[in-house]
Write a protein that binds this ligand. Sequence first.
Ligand code: PDD
Length: 278
Amino acid sequence: MILYLNGKFSEFDKIKISPYDRGFLFADGVYEAIRTYHKKLFRHEDHLQRLKRSLNAIRINFNETDTLEKIIYKLIEENKIKNEALIYLQITRGAAFPRTHNFPEEKTSPTVFISVQDLNIKKEEHLKGIKVILQEDVRWLRCDIKSISLLPAVLANQKAVEANAGEAIFVRNGLITEGSRTNFFAVKNNTVFTAPLSNLILDGITRKVVLELCKELEINYREEFIKADDLKTYNEFFITSTAKEITPVVQIDNWKVKENSAGKITGLLLQAFHHKVS
Ligand code: PDD
């Protein structure tokens, strides 16, 4: 596997990162996950915008975001990706000794790491849907930043795996925010609901595409919080992300919402989404 690190393309076992990299020591960095459809980056501009916002928010000076696209396509070529690619891109504040919490006094150059892999979409999840579990949202109050500091998401996700679920959905003060790595949607009276954009959720690109599709299909939608206590008043649920696209949710904790199939509105959106990217 060929990886990109700080201007160089190298084999996996040749790549070296300093233990003083602030990403390693403090999770002092941000990331993006992007994918291709028909070998072209999907919503590349949106991902770049979000990356720039994340970098600004944590005050990393990196002015070369325009060079990233070329690097990604070269990596896809070098790695001979057969079908579609999933791209992981991470930028940290760089390496500095000694370890100090405050930004290093001497200017560091950001560490830029990019990898690509074959994207594995679990088609059966789209047809049959998945189970999710609810978890208390113990993350920080800047979930709008795509920070590499992901411990609460890691722990919640592991709980989901142990409960035979595909995702953990976070609840903060009784309100559903989002999944550990996805946005969350519910449907009631033919209206689609999802949490409003704020510091409590990530501005998901797939979320944005879904809301655009609602407009195109004339499906009503509201960016309003869904209360965990009211879940049973909704009749369809789904999650969205770059890797999971639109995935129906058929079970929440022990409540079986649907028997192994997407609801009507979810089905329409899924169909429209696949039409858009095909
Ligand atoms: N996760 N919410 C969170 C907390 C996420 O981590 C993600 C993405 C999303 C969906 O965003 P998008 O539609 O732009 O992929 C929502 C990525 C895929 C990850 O962590 O790998």
